[in-house]
Write a protein that binds this ligand. Structure first.
Ligand code: ZN
Length: 192
């Protein structure tokens, strides 16, 4: 899937969990940082791709991207697996603990979950594509849904742009209009 689809899938997953899972109040700072962490999590698995948005936007990104591509075993390898989720979960946790002193009003536990939800949504979305995802590494089998490759989506194709992306948008519209009262309650009472 393209970065644009991953962004919207990540933020949609976070929104659904935010509305449906009961939680303690969080600060506005936590809420804002969590949205960024979620979007970063949503594109993190593709750092194994030299053309990933992160690398395209950095001055020496082209070279760094190639190095990471080799280190991580090429595209759709370790960053696209449960092992990768655990690994990046640890790394992101350490980064948050390190950064906490400069952002004391941010609940790093909440931000960590937002990142992981973004990353997980990436793997789910890529599972719907022709290439599939090696969820079970080191077992090198790429899994996909539906099981028949021909029925899956080609990354960047018109199906992704004009079917998958609009479906997620419409889902958001329906979801938030159905849970409008709950959303208002959360904004008024759970963000402080
Ligand atoms: Zn990917």
């Amino acid at each position: 899937m393209t970065a644009r689809t991953h962004d919207i899938a990540a933020i949609t997953s976070l929104g659904v969990i935010f509305v449906l899972v009961p939680m303690q109040a969080i600060t506005l700072a936590t809420f804002i940082v969590a949205i960024f962490a979620n979007l970063i999590g949503g594109i993190t698995p593709d750092i194994d791709q030299p053309t990933a948005p992160l690398w395209r936007n950095l001055p020496i990104g082209k070279y760094l991207g190639k190095i990471f591509d080799k280190l991580l075993g090429g595209h759709r390898f370790i960053t696209h697996s449960i092992l990768g989720l655990v690994l990046f979960g640890f790394l992101f946790h350490f980064l948050l603990v390190f950064l906490h002193p400069i952002m004391p009003s941010v609940n790093i536990g909440f931000v960590w979950w937002a990142f992981m939800i973004g990353m997980f949504s990436h793997l789910v979305m890529d599972t719907l594509t022709k290439e599939g995802v090696p969820w079970l590494l080191p077992i090198p089998i790429k899994l996909g849904l539906p099981p028949l490759k021909e029925w899956r989506i080609t990354t960047g194709s018109w199906v992704e742009t004009f079917v998958v992306f609009p479906i997620i948008l419409v889902f958001n519209a329906i979801f938030y209009s159905h849970h409008y009262d709950q959303l208002l309650y959360l904004i008024h009472n759970k963000i402080i």
